[in-house]
Design a protein around this ligand. Structure first.
Ligand code: SF4
Ligand code: ZN
Length: 314
């Protein structure tokens, strides 16, 4: 790339299309930090003195999340970052990703908290997948529900005020479109829940790199040489998300700013739906006592469907 940086005239290493900026490495870092800072302030994600559980998968999104938060939070010594990895128990995948997560966390002088499905639910994801009788329920459905619970349990356990996750702009735009295509607008409200409207028993979630595109994340992690694991999970098979990714990438390429426009639309839909819907009725699951909107939570429903006699935890 022979272009000059739009900010300082040094040789550029990255072209951020949706802002039409060519950036050198130093300005890539600076503008990334200020973008994330702006998102955090706009959505009032963090407060002074927060203990922030940072969900680390070993992949590049969470590597960028932790690196950026670590730089931003270094100005706030009363806040604390606690990296947490949930080990789902996926042979040949999670063990390697865990090594990358450890390398990253240790390079920043932090300590990694690891919690496993095995410890919390008595079964690894591999075992759940083998035991399931209904093969139409994909591994990711179990994994998503169990990981959400595991992360909440871990965050409560370490006394975190908030959980930060590494969802980027592309993920978020795909999720909004997927929810719309499934007719599930309520889910757009749930995934956009602001921190100042917490639900008792659930640690609030924030997405600080929400306005960084996948390209931004790749550029940042590449130029900072962050350690991350880039091998896809063996269970990954989300057809709808893949189709949408291709389609949205093409749209973003032709019309830079499309992804951000979808994000803003999702936020506007969530805000207006929330104003017009009843407040989330938080109940406690009759079996496990965790927060749910019905009588039995989704974790218990999924786990109850597995054949009992094989269960390690029972
Ligand atoms: Fe879990 Fe699916 Fe992600 Fe694999 S691809 S880690 S099974 S949600
Ligand atoms: Zn339950």
């Amino acid at each position: 790339m022979s272009q000059k940086c739009s900010k300082c005239n040094s040789p550029a290493v990255y072209l951020r299309r949706y802002t039409s900026e060519a950036l050198c490495k130093s300005c890539l870092i600076k503008t990334t930090l200020s973008r994330v800072r702006r998102t955090i302030n706009r959505k009032k994600m963090l407060q002074r003195g927060d203990r922030v559980a940072v969900a680390i998968s070993g992949g590049k999104d969470s590597a960028v999340l932790l690196d950026v938060l670590h730089r931003i939070e270094s100005n706030f010594p009363d806040s604390e970052l606690i990296p947490v990895t949930i080990d789902e128990g996926i042979k040949g995948y999670r063990d390697e990703a865990l090594e990358s997560a450890k390398a990253l966390v240790h390079s920043l002088g932090l300590k990694l908290e690891v919690r496993s499905f095995e410890d919390i639910f008595g079964l690894s994801l591999d075992e759940v997948v083998q035991l399931r009788s209904d093969v139409t329920v994909g591994a990711c459905s179990y994994c998503g529900v169990l990981r959400r619970r595991a992360l909440n349990t871990a965050a409560l356990d370490i006394g975190a005020d908030v959980i930060a996750t590494g969802h980027n702009l592309d993920d978020e735009a795909q999720t909004i479109m997927m929810n719309m295509m499934r007719g599930d607008s309520q889910r757009i409200v749930r995934t956009n829940r602001p921190r100042d409207k917490p639900i008792e028993g659930l640690v609030s979630r924030i997405k600080p790199i929400l306005e960084l595109s996948e390209r931004d994340v790749v550029a940042y992690s590449h130029h900072l040489e962050l350690p991350y694991h880039d091998v896809p999970c063996p269970y990954y098979r989300e057809a709808m998300r893949n189709d949408l990714r291709d389609f949205l990438n093409e749209m973003e390429h032709k019309r830079p700013g499309t992804l951000l426009a979808i994000l803003r639309s999702g936020e506007a839909i969530a805000a207006s739906l929330e104003a017009n819907t009843h407040a989330f009725q938080s109940e406690r699951c009759e079996k496990c006592g965790e927060v749910t909107s019905g009588q039995i939570c989704k974790v218990c429903r999924l786990m109850d469907e597995l054949p009992k006699r094989e269960r390690i935890a029972d």
